[in-house]
Design a protein around this ligand. Structure first.
Ligand code: GDP
Ligand code: IMO
Ligand code: MG
Length: 424
């Protein structure tokens, strides 16, 4: 009997804790596969007193016996990937047997990074707040049919194709001032590419078909989050890939009828890093408190994350768009000890109340906040505080799917599985 591919993805603006949950559930899956994004992602794993941040490599890499696939939908910066591999080696993990790379994945060039910086500088005040890893320009070259792919490293005209693309980029960069010097990175990029060529390059769509046919389960690991999706996110303040469950199909070559569970990861509150609308954002001392207690600083860029209350219209939207079948709630410990917490149950837009995500939430969208009793820090290992259970039950009732996992701290061990209670 052929197995299913489950999908795990972010249900908010990224940094929900996807890396932690993948690491926790990875032993159930022989294969973990990233389906989009690239080094803009930073997925944090903490166990046995050690912390690891992964950017391109899937979060199953610390589990022996798990294969980790970088899928065709991912964009790879060879320099970042090699640094990651070296970091893992220093931590005692040799990725050679555990890491597979799709030949169809696109490559980020030093000039893509320069173009990202130039584009952001030009936008001035309306900049996206990009991580400046070259993500947007690389996906532009992919859809513009100009990109270089991992499989091209096996051809003998790589140098020529690289030169052509760089010349095109240089013509674009000539219109900008103060662009980073991409030439300084060129040799390092070439060296990294030479190492990339020695990794296990695969036709990942066939590999996944064989894996599923042989009855082995696959977990697709998303990067970023639903509200950063190129189509359904808060455009233009989004990333350049399909972060939603449909993106797992195109980003891996697995058809929709092979998808099993869709697990949505969300925080007990909301964060956002970079620019763009954020209806429940707290601009006060409480927002600062959440930032400090939750260590809400970017895993990739170190930037302070903006913090605010949980946004139910946005979460419901994520459940709908992705077909989420179950939810994992992270960082409930960060709000512990507050007398009262707030939930945004609806938006007020132009004098009307709506529970739906409007076309544009820039300005003019006011959150309708509902007070909920706060909860104490959890002490018993197998039981959540009653007020936290009520908070979760309120969320389940609002979005119609169960919260099956609750995370109460960054460590792998600080995780509670919960019986599905209110699925409707
Ligand atoms: P990802 O990009 O979705 O994998 O998330 P990040 O790793 O960027 O950000 C999540 C941050 O929260 C990391 O620093 C995690 O170590 C931390 N974290 C994850 N789950 C919990 C939790 O339940 N409680 C606390 N306090 N921290 C958590
Ligand atoms: P993970 O996988 C949070 C944000 C950036 C910026 C916008 C576009 O760790 O959850 P880009 O570099 O893609 O052009 O940036 O998206 N962003 C993220 N925010 N978590 C991420 O990844 C993100 N990746 C990109 O801050 O606002
Ligand atoms: Mg992150």
């Amino acid at each position: 009997m052929s197995a299913r591919m489950d999908v795990l993805l972010g249900a908010q603006w990224g940094d929900e804790g996807k890396g932690k949950v993948v690491d926790v559930i990875a032993p159930e899956y022989p294969v973990i596969a990233r389906f989009q994004g690239g080094p803009n992602a930073g997925h944090t794993l903490i166990f046995e007193g050690r912390k690891h941040v992964l950017h391109t490599i899937p979060s199953g890499v610390f589990r022996e016996g798990t294969l980790n696939l970088v899928g065709n939908g991912v964009v790879i910066d060879p320099i970042v990937l090699m640094k990651e591999i070296d970091g893992l080696k220093a931590a005692g993990v040799d990725v050679r047997d555990r890491l597979l790379i799709s030949r169809r994945a696109h490559l980020i060039l030093p000039t893509h990074r320069a173009l990202d910086a130039a584009s952001e500088a030009e936008k001035g005040k309306s900049k996206i707040g990009s991580t400046l890893k070259g993500i947007g320009p690389t996906y532009m070259d992919k859809t513009g049919r100009n990109g270089l792919r991992v499989g091209d490293l096996e051809r003998n005209d790589l140098g020529e194709r690289y030169g052509q693309l760089v010349r095109k980029h240089e013509r674009l960069l000539a219109n900008h001032e103060n662009v980073p010097d991409h030439r300084a990175m060129e040799q390092e990029w070439m060296d990294a590419v030479a190492r990339l060529r020695e990794l296990r390059l695969v036709d990942s769509e066939h590999f996944l078909e064989d894996t599923l046919r042989s009855g082995q389960r696959v977990l697709a690991e998303g990067a970023q989050g639903t509200l950063l999706d190129i189509d359904f996110g808060t455009y233009p303040f989004v990333t350049s890939s399909s972060t939603i469950s449909a993106g797992a199909c195109t980003g891996l070559g697995v058809p929709p009828n092979r998808i099993g569970k869709v697990v949505g990861i969300f925080k007990a509150y909301c964060t956002r890093v970079g620019s763009g609308p954020f209806p429940t954002e707290l601009h006060d001392a409480l927002g600062e408190q959440i930032r400090q207690v939750g260590h809400e600083f970017g895993s990739t860029t170190g930037r302070a994350r903006r913090c605010g209350w949980l946004d139910l219209p946005a979460l419901r939207y994520a459940v709908t768009i992705n077909g989420i079948t179950e939810l994992a709630m992270m960082k409930a410990d960060v709000l512990a000890g507050m007398d009262q917490v707030m939930l945004c149950s609806a938006y007020r837009v132009d004098g009307r109340t709506t529970e739906r995500m409007p076309y544009d939430i820039t300005g003019g969208v006011e959150p309708v906040l509902e007070p909920m009793e706060g909860w104490p820090a959890s002490t018993a290992n197998d039981q959540l505080p009653a007020a936290l259970e009520r908070y979760i039950a309120r969320i389940e009732a609002a979005v119609g799917v169960p919260v099956t996992l609750v995370s109460l701290g960054p460590d792998r061990a600080q995780t509670m599985l919960r019986d599905a209670s209110v699925a409707q």
